[in-house]
Design a protein around this ligand. Structure first.
Ligand code: NAD
Ligand code: UGA
Length: 434
């Protein structure tokens, strides 16, 4: 099938590349010239394990190309994905201006050939109806199209794997034709993975996405609440949550306490969902609590650092991990940024290291130092602060780490070490909920 992907970011690029790999003819569109130049030369503008190889393979096979000619891409494609960003507005509501803009562009390019317009961006319930209205108002009369909601559940850092091995495929449709076309599109994946396909109403599909993200964020905030309780009660949150998670009804995933959830999705989607609840006159206090505990998680960590290090002015502190999670270069809403901000206010001398996210962080914090390796960042440090649980940090030779530091103090925001083992080596060790 011929597919156009409007918006070639984390979701659009991964989706488009994987669809090309299933054998479809895919054209990726983006209006960011810098990104597009890289894509046209076959280079992924983002770091996602396995993505570069798939892009190279599918460009070579002639199934994947990139352009800024949205008009031509729509005219030539049967299925058009909207994968643009839906950032938060200042009041937390989803800013749908890019979705609207693209809807106008699609409307102008519609003709009498039937098109399936698929919304993959994360949007509040009833957005597809707005897209449909816009298409009807601004397209030629008798333009033939269906609007589908096909939410995306991939995680950054494992985007390709999540796309090739989905837990489920959710398709919100209101016509039989749209259902059949979407099933045809995903057929190679359905046959290969036997992933359950949920054909639902468009509104349900939109709510499944916001509901799933809110539930996952809820689990994390619950873990962080338990961490607070364990710190005050003198228990070990890892022991507590490990046992709680063994109940099949609860499950152990997304129960890791730390310095809170960040990223481009949970914070904004939860805020947008809260706005939806307000619009629907449904009580949103559960969501407010999720957000509040998430703020407390990073704030408590910062307080721990300030309390222990006392006068931070001029103190050399090392921050390891800048990305909002491992295996990505994405720093959007990364808790590490809040830690850096707080320490800069105290005039600490910060040296940071991250395996992938330093280039992005330099744009926000040009005033701190960046080291070429973890070892270089730790050299001469008076405190080691871990904000992201990259594998290479978990594998540290702690004896060597201690030799490199002038003061053996570790603040571990992701609980990557065992307290007894670190303390045995002579470190002062502060982690979360233990
Ligand atoms: P992104 O910012 O990485 O990518 C969006 C892309 O759209 C950008 O490259 C931007 O230049 C492009 N764009 C914006 N307006 C455009 C226009 N008018 N024409 C052409 N291109 C345009 O965002 P993302 O992380 O890929 O997220 C996209 C959507 O998917 C969001 O709604 C997000 O919530 C959702 N989502 C993201 C993830 C994730 O892990 N990143 C997972 C699931 C869902
Ligand atoms: C999240 C969801 O997991 C995806 O299913 C969803 O598609 C995506 O949002 C989206 O809608 O955009 P992502 O933000 O890429 O994916 O990454 P996660 O692995 O969910 O991590 C989000 C944040 O939660 C990170 O800061 C991570 O450190 C934190 N987290 C995660 C915890 O603090 N504890 C956990 O147990 C799990």
């Amino acid at each position: 099938m011929k597919v156009a992907i409007i918006g070639s970011g984390y979701v659009g690029l991964t989706t488009g590349t994987c669809l090309a790999d299933f054998g479809h003819q895919v054209i990726g569109i983006d209006n960011n010239p810098e990104k597009l130049a890289k894509l046209k030369s076959g280079v992924s503008p983002i770091y996602e394990p396995g993505l570069q190889e798939l892009i190279t393979k599918n460009i070579a096979a002639g199934r994947l190309s990139f352009s800024d000619d949205i008009n031509l891409a729509i005219k030539e494609s049967e299925i058009i994905f909207i994968c643009v960003n839906t950032p938060p507005k200042t009041d937390g509501a989803a800013d749908l201006s890019f979705v609207e803009q693209v809807s106008h562009q699609i409307a102008k390019a519609l003709n009498h050939d039937h098109k399936i317009i698929v919304d993959k961006s994360t949007v509040p319930v009833k957005t597809a109806e707005k897209v449909k209205e816009t298409l009807l108002q601004h397209s030629v009369s008798q333009a033939k199209f269906d609007v589908v909601s096909n939410p995306e559940f991939l995680k950054e850092g494992t985007a390709v794997k999540d796309t090739l091995e989905p837990d489920r495929i959710v398709i919100g449709v209101d016509t039989e034709l749209a259902k059949q076309k979407m099933l045809e599109l995903y057929q190679p994946l359905i046959i290969k993975t036997k992933a359950p396909v949920k054909i639902v109403s468009v509104r349900s599909a939109e709510l499944i996405k916001h509901g799933a993200n809110t539930f996952l964020a809820n689990k994390i905030s619950f873990a962080n609440l338990m961490a607070q309780i364990c710190e005050e009660a003198g228990a070990d949150v890892v022991e507590v949550l490990d046992a709680i998670g063994l109940d099949d009804r609860i499950g152990s995933q997304f129960l890791n306490p730390g310095i809170g959830f960040g990223g481009s999705c949970f914070p904004k989607d939860i805020a947008a969902f809260k706005k939806t609840l307000e619009t629907l006159a449904v009580d949103n206090s559960l969501i407010e609590a999720i957000e509040k505990i998430n703020q407390q998680a990073v704030n408590r960590f910062i307080q721990k650092i300030k309390k222990e290090l006392w006068a931070l002015d001029g103190k050399k502190v090392t921050i390891l991990g800048l990305a909002f999670k491992p295996s990505t270069d994405d720093i959007r809403n990364a808790p590490a940024l809040k830690v850096i901000d707080a320490l800069l206010k105290e005039k600490a001398q910060i040296i940071a290291y991250d395996p992938q996210a330093m280039e992005n962080t330099k744009k926000t914090f040009p005033q701190i130092q960046y080291a070429p390796s973890a070892e270089a960042a730790i050299q001469g440090s008076e405190a080691l602060i871990i904000c992201t649980e990259w594998d290479e940090f978990k594998k540290f030779d702690l004896v060597k780490v201690k030799q490199l530091m002038t003061e053996p103090i570790i603040f571990d925001g992701r609980n990557i070490f065992k307290p007894t083992e670190v303390e045995k080596l002579g470190f002062k060790y502060f982690s979360v909920g233990r």
